[in-house]
Each structure stands twice: as structure tokens, then as C-alpha cells.
Ligand binder design. Structure first.
Ligand SMILES: Cc1cc2nc3c(=O)[nH]c(=O)nc-3n(C[C@H](O)[C@H](O)[C@H](O)COP(=O)(O)OP(=O)(O)OC[C@H]3O[C@@H](n4cnc5c(N)ncnc54)[C@H](O)[C@@H]3O)c2cc1C
Length: 281
């Protein structure tokens, strides 16, 4: 099957049809009758959608059907997108990453998933195609609510573009889950860039499992802008993340107060690591 044929099926059947990628979220949803499509469009039959390529700008292009395990093992990803490389082993278990795709995770839009939050930290752009044409959507406009994206039913996510990391940058990811491989109670990603004088030029901190989608911590970034990233400045930023940037719910896995506590601890840790890496320490 080609992408054009898949798009023609989606255009014909509209809301009645669903794309099937790795099936690691969608098949369980069908088992529980949470999803009951009349038509399944199997993207596994489109080999053209699985690739990892260098972008002309020094960044990366990833096809939507690239398996999560391929991203985890790619030397090109390790070199050009170390934040993504560091994050991958935290997603579920190897058998799930062998089948699960990058595009499937991004389109599914689970607020507890790692990849949407990491793409937000990386300032990724998503290429969406329909039978009518294509459009690029920045990740900040893609997530619009819990399990909801800006993607229309007749569109496919076909490619993810990551910009290059600016010089003087460092990054880190950490999450806490009850058992390795479980969905995280909270996860934090950071990408920081220092200027020549060692002050913060840009700070992107994003979190998962603390809202209806991936959350960007704007207040914390504002506090660090133009500052030297001392331990005190990092502590103040982590405090802002926990008290101003997020408004988590409690559930059977963790109370809201515990999620705030985790956000503070994990943010302190990832910022400390990311700034050390930016300095080349
Ligand atoms: C036991 C278990 C534990 C897991 N733990 C984690 C975890 O810790 N972290 C985590 O992030 N995930 C976890 N997952 C989910 C896993 O990462 C899935 O692989 C991922 O969420 C969905 O990817 P998929 O390729 O399997 O997509 P599918 O399940 O095939 O599809 C998911 C949804 O996306 C749509 N879709 C898929 N591809 C496209 C596309 N290219 N364009 C448009 N729409 C598309 C489908 O129509 C469907 O609605 C877990 C899954 C299991 C079963």
C-alpha cells in the first residue's frame, strides 16, 4: 500500500476509519470497545513511512512508522537528538517498543506518554498529510486536550522534523514510575542553551503526567532567562515548576501533592544535569 492509497481510504470513510500503526494502544482500546472503527487502515503495509534521516539543517527527520526500538538504537538519533535517545528506554518494555511507532505514540496523545513531552522540549514540527495536501504543525499547536490533537480524521501524521541543537546546549530526561516500564507518575525533559558568558540563553522544560497533555514550564524558564544557572537559581526554577507551571490531578497512582513534589525533585535533577552537559562537564 502507498501513503496516497491510505489517505484515499481515510478520505472515503472519514470518522468510520482509523489508522493502525504498532497497535500497542489501539488494539487494547478495540479490545475494550473504546474504539470501534468500521475500517482499519494498516500503516504497517507502507514501508516508505519508516526511516531516520539527517535533515539539511543539521537536525533529524523521522518517518511516523519508525519503530520506537529503531529510534532507541539509532546512532544518528544519539548524535543529533540526545534527549530523544536518553528518553527511549523509559517507554514501556522492549517488546512494546519493537512494535510501537513514534507516530503512533505522538498521534495517540496520552498525557502520560514520554514522546509528546520530549518533542515539545525539542520544538519539533509534525508533517500531516491528507488526500487534499499537506501541512506542517508545530508541536506546541498539535496537542489540544486529553488524547486530542489538531490532526483531522482524514489526515495522517507522516513525518517528524527535529531542529538541530544549538551550540552550548545540554539536555536531560528523568521520570519516576512505580515499576520500570510502567507509565510514569511524572516525567521531566529539559533542553538548555548557554550563551558565551555561561548565562541561560534558552531554557525549555516540559513535563508529562501532570496535565491534559505535555506541559511546558514557562514560569520556570522565565526565571532562568539571562541568569547564571546556580544551584539556587535551579532550585527556584524547580519550585516554580511545582507551584506555578503545573496543576496536576491526583488519582489512584499518586496524589496531586505527590506529583508536585516529584516535579520539583525531577526538575532539579534534570536541570542540574542539562546545565552540566551544556558546559561540557
Ligand atoms: C503494557 C503497555 C505499556 C506501555 N507503556 C508506555 C509508556 O510507558 N510510555 C508510552 O509513551 N507508551 C506506553 N505504551 C504505549 C506504546 O508506546 C504505544 O506504542 C504507543 O502509544 C502507540 O503507538 P503504536 O504505534 O502502537 O500506535 P497504535 O496503537 O497503532 O495507534 C495509536 C493511535 O494513533 C493513531 N495513529 C497511529 N499512527 C498514526 C499516524 N501515523 N497518523 C495518524 N494517526 C495515527 C491510531 O489511529 C490510534 O488512534 C504502552 C503500551 C502497553 C501495551
Amino acid at each position: 500500500m502507498t501513503v496516497d492509497e491510505a489517505l484515499a481510504h481515510l478520505a472515503t470513510h472519514g470518522y468510520e476509519a482509523s489508522a493502525l500503526a504498532g497497535g500497542q494502544s489501539f488494539v487494547p482500546a478495540m479490545n475494550f470497545r473504546l474504539a470501534q472503527p468500521s475500517v482499519l487502515v494498516d500503516l504497517n503495509r507502507i514501508p516508505d513511512l519508516a526511516y531516520i534521516r539527517p535533515g539539511d539543517d543539521g537536525g533529524l527527520l523521522i518517518g511516523a512508522m519508525t519503530r520506537q526500538r529503531a529510534v532507541e538504537r539509532s546512532p544518528l538519533v544519539a548524535e543529533r537528538a540526545p534527549l530523544l535517545h536518553e528518553t527511549m528506554p523509559n517507554i514501556a518494555h522492549p517488546p512494546i517498543r519493537n512494535r510501537g511507532t513514534v507516530g503512533g505514540s505522538l498521534a495517540h496523545a496520552d498525557p502520560a506518554a514520554e514522546l509528546p513531552a520530549v518533542m515539545l522540549a525539542l520544538d519539533a514540527r509534525f508533517r500531516l498529510r491528507s488526500s487534499q495536501g499537506e501541512r506542517w504543525v508545530p508541536v506546541r499547536d498539535f496537542y489540544v486536550g486529553m488524547f486530542m490533537t489538531a490532526k483531522e480524521p482524514e489526515e495522517l501524521l507522516v513525518e517528524i522534523a527535529l531542529p538541530p541543537m544549538p551550540p552550548g546546549s545540554g539536555c536531560a530526561f528523568r521520570e519516576l514510575s512505580r515499576r520500570h516500564g510502567d507509565y510514569a507518575l511524572v516525567g521531566v525533559a529539559a533542553l538548555v542553551t548557554l550563551d558565551g558568558g555561561g548565562r541561560c540563553r534558552e531554557v525549555r522544560i516540559t513535563l508529562l503526567s501532570v496535565g491534559e497533555g505535555p506541559v511546558r514550564a514557562h514560569q520556570a524558564a522565565h526565571l532562568l532567562a539571562g541568569q547564571e544557572p546556580t544551584p539556587e537559581a535551579i532550585r527556584a526554577a524547580a519550585d516554580a515548576v511545582a507551584t506555578q507551571d503545573i496543576d496536576p490531578d491526583g488519582d489512584v497512582h499518586a496524589s496531586a501533592a505527590y506529583r508536585r513534589h516529584l516535579a520539583r525533585v525531577l526538575t532539579t535533577d534534570v536541570l542540574t544535569k542539562a546545565f552540566a552537559r551544556a558546559r561540557g562537564v
